[in-house]
Design a binder for this molecule. Structure first.
Ligand SMILES: [Mg+2]
Length: 238
């Protein structure tokens, strides 16, 4: 089965087009290591981190500077135990990463081929400037027709995009790694959804997929999208 009736495809960005959450996980673990070395309990620290993260996301939103803010709050709580230079080097290493996305294998080729047949958009949540910069740095802006950067990817946002663009849900497909932000809301508003699971998906982006028969598909790799989407361009080249 090929999804030949699809006209437009929306792609999530973080951890779908490029690696993202691994840098957050690495910085979190490096930071917690500093305190575990001093005899504190890792699970308790992780719990403290998770609670703070929930609060910060709710109050301040997404984005790398809000993640750094979490580390700074924790640093202040435990500054008598942490070497400031070690703390700064963890933050520095983290800040050097996210604006320079490392694309997953086959992303550019796959998008360039899909572009021949479909209208392509990026749909990502987070800080506008930061997400836009990543899209530009990765060269994705030159391939896709446009991008939506929204504070939260809820049903209403998907619905709003469909209405604004005059797109039919049954001709629109969402592709992403997050059941909570990409797959389930897209399915709920009547769109098609292709799930690309990712081992390091952010905890706050995870929930169980609620599949809808006939509108939900799952692939292992980005380049596998060709198995579900009509591949006119490549077929002609063969
Ligand atoms: Mg994602």
């Amino acid at each position: 089965m090929k999804l030949t009736f699809i006209k437009q495809i929306l792609f999530d960005a973080d951890d779908t087009l490029w690696e993202n959450n691994v840098y957050y996980i690495k910085a979190t673990n490096d930071f917690l290591d500093l305190l575990v070395e001093k005899g504190l309990n890792r699970e308790q620290l992780q719990q403290e981190f998770d609670e703070l993260e929930l609060w910060v996301v709710k109050e301040r939103g997404y984005g790398s500077h809000n993640f750094v803010y979490i580390l700074e709050v924790l640093y202040e709580r435990y500054q008598n135990l942490i070497d400031y230079r070690q703390f700064k080097s963890i933050v520095q290493r983290f800040e050097d990463h996210p604006n320079n996305p490392k694309l997953f294998e086959g992303v550019i080729d796959t998008l360039n081929a899909l572009k021949e047949k479909y209208t392509l958009y990026v749909l990502t949540k987070g800080d506008f400037k930061e997400q836009e910069q990543k899209i530009i740095n990765a060269g994705i802006d030159k391939i896709v027709n446009g991008y939506f950067i929204v504070p939260e990817k809820e049903d209403a946002v998907y619905q709003q995009i469909l209405t604004q663009r005059n797109w039919k849900a049954k001709e629109t497909c969402m592709v992403g790694n997050s059941p909570k932000s990409d797959i389930n809301p897209a399915l709920r508003v009547g769109m098609y959804a292709i799930y690309i699971p990712y081992a390091n998906t952010w905890k706050l982006d995870y929930e169980e997929v609620k599949p809808v028969q006939g509108r939900y598909f799952k692939v292992q790799r980005f380049s596998d999208l060709k198995d579900w989407l009509y591949w006119d361009f490549c077929e002609k080249q063969k």
